[in-house]
Every structure is written in C-alpha cells, then in structure tokens.
Design a protein around this ligand. Structure first.
Ligand code: TYD
Length: 135
C-alpha cells in the first residue's frame, strides 16, 4: 500500500508589498474547513502529535519557520519537511503522525475538516493498528 499523502501549492497573490496566500475550502484543499488551530513557540526537542484520527482530515501549513512530520499508515513510514508558507501537506484520516524538529520560529497552521472531538482520536499506536486492521 502506498500512502496517499498530497502536497498542495497554494497560489501566491503577493505583490511588491510582500506575500499573500489565500486558501479556500473545496478549491485549494479537498474538504470544508470547520476548524483551524496553530502551534507555535514549540520548545526545542519537542515531538508532538502521536495519534491518528478516525474521520478527521487535515492539511498542515508551516506558515513560518520549519518543522518535520512523520506519517505512518501502519506499514510504511515517511518523513516530510514543511518549510514553505505557500505549501500544504495533507494528513488524511487513519495516518499516525508525529511533528518534530520545530524551528524556534515555527508556526504550524492546521486546517481541519471537523470540530475538535476527543472520540475521533486514536491516541495509542496499538489502538491505531487495531483500528486500521479492522477497516
Ligand atoms: P494535543 O492533542 O495534545 O496536541 P498534539 O496533537 O499537537 O500533540 O492537544 C493539546 C490539548 O489541546 C489537548 O488537551 C486537546 C486540546 N485541543 C483542543 O481543545 N482543540 C483542538 O482543536 C486541538 C487540536 C487540541
């Protein structure tokens, strides 16, 4: 199985004043955006995430600085670097993910297809493997 991770290059609408990037639901990314959240001020050496989702789809954009993302579908692992404010990386449902190597100035913006729901989380790797095997 190959992981279906997509990258999106958003249109740059900047001019001589500077950069501007706009992201529209169902146009620049394939779902309706019901929630955004962002992570910044991440302490050096911190690794976070360590979960998968049952139904949530997300797109990550590192709008400042850089960070890395490990994705794991239970069979294969891939690491991605996010370092461009005009690029999105999909984190589809059923993918275990971990974010790490945050630069001090990293701001990681997450566009999510649904509201926060703790029941949607698979927070242990064992629970994740059991869930995807039962699909
Ligand atoms: P957590 O799931 O630990 O973040 P990460 O996946 O980056 O490791 O989230 C930290 C806390 O924030 C946790 O108590 C849940 C809460 N939270 C919300 O209330 N709403 C949200 O949209 C998110 C992403 C987290």
């Amino acid at each position: 199985m190959t992981m279906d991770i997509k990258t999106f290059t958003f249109p740059l609408r900047g001019d001589d004043r500077g950069a501007l990037v706009a992201v529209e639901q169902l146009k620049d990314i394939p779902f309706e955006i019901k929630r955004i959240y962002y992570i910044y001020g991440t302490r050096s050496g911190v690794r976070r995430g360590f979960h998968a989702h049952k139904t949530l789809d997300q797109v990550l954009v590192c709008v400042n600085g850089f960070c890395k993302v490990l994705m794991d579908d239970g069979e294969e692992k891939k690491t991605f670097i996010l370092d461009k404010p005009y690029e999105g990386l999909s984190v589809p449902r059923h993918i275990w993910h971990e974010m790490f190597d945050f630069s001090q100035d990293a701001v990681l913006l997450v566009l999510a297809s649904d509201l926060y729901c703790e029941d949607d989380y698979l927070r242990s790797y064992e629970q994740f493997l059991t869930f995807i095997k039962g699909k």
